[in-house]
Design a protein around this ligand. Sequence first.
Ligand SMILES: *Cc1c(COP(=O)(O)O)cnc(C)c1O
Length: 459
Amino acid sequence: MKSKISWAEPYKMKMVELLKMTNSKQRTKAIKEAGYNTFLLKSEDVYIDLLTDSGTNSMSDRQWGAFMTGDEAYAGSKSFYKLEKAIQQFYGYKYIIPTHQGRAAENILSKILIKKGDVIPGNMYFTTTRLHQELAGGQFFDIIIDEAHDPFNEHPFKGNIDISKLDKLVKKYGAKKIPYVSLATNVNLAGGQPISMENLKELRHYTKKHKIRIIHDMTRVAENAYFIQQREKGYEKKSIKEIVKEICSHTDGATMSAKKDALVNIGGFLATNEWDVYEEARNLVVVYEGLHTYGGLAGRDMEAIAIGIEESLDDFHQHARVGQVEYLGTKMIEYKIPIVKPIGGHGIFVDAKSFLPHLNQEQYPAQTLAAEIYIEGGIRTMERGIVSAGRKSNGENHKPKLELVRFTIPRRVYTQAHMDVIAESAASVYDRRKHIKGLKMIYEPKYLRFFQAKFETIK
Ligand SMILES: *Cc1c(COP(=O)(O)O)cnc(C)c1O
């Protein structure tokens, strides 16, 4: 769908949420009180909230309408069967179990498929996915192509798997130790970067030969399908629906956080084509989530997900979704702001090391930049650098190569004018970058410190 029409939204507004407008004096006070940590800001004090694209979607009138028709029966809810039908129809998986969100599906599936000492290869880790694989006794190995680790390499499919890296693992540990390849579409931690259909087919060919499953983290599969449509030969004329179905057909099962692609605020599911796996999942879900026909969700939530799945696969929706992210990224590039390339599917990642070259990493350039962006425009972003990376077991700081500020765009929430304000605010901070001083940490929690750490400015 290389159309000449711009990415304008295929919807109009029916209801709005009013925002509190603040001035820079109020914001300077608010961020100081929050210890220069955007996670500790009150959302009320935020004008444009780009902290995450998870659960921050706007639902449609059809989804809100379906909230009223949700069947809240404990067992065999009508809404469950609607969700099951949507997943079978649009993704093609046979058996499904709803869960309260993505990580709950990961927990159940990891417990079923992974034995102690198993090896799980995947195209870059995701925090909760890897943790559940480890808790089940497995060890994760990153087999994404090297290009994915270089923020300025413009490879069109930075989510691709390096089959030779997989082959090395198979040779070293044996295929029997590998219950599945953990395959993410539109890889989150690589910055929302897609895998190509060609690469996926090669992976399928290889894993079939060695009798290894592919388990699909399909949290952003529709965004991946959009990039295949735009960039891969032979897919220009295929619809997002067709491409998504083809992606899923090359895999054996999936976990999904519906809080992203599927346009709802809460929910997820587990899917599989294997009866045995389904049987066991049906047993386990009762322990952790609830009966297998609701899995921790209300009937109304399952209704909204069923509709959200269909809406997310509309070509015009994805064009507007990724188009809006591209619009923001292109504006930032025009302002000479250093961002990770190519522009990803769900957000813009600003390189704080090049933005604030006069700060060393111990002065927390990305944390500092996120605080300055908030002061400038009331825009909430988050740090992905030395604070997020935490400490090693010997107490030393991990020093990640990348020091990024993430601008994640919620789906169907903000307008093009908001994108302008975001880019203009970032540009104003860029103009005064030489005068920006770093931070020092004054409170450090023991676990996942980025959520609650506090800082003050260096005098
Ligand atoms: C968000 C996310 C998850 C976890 O889903 P939750 O709904 O937050 O539990 C898993 N994988 C990826 C790629 C994600 O982005």
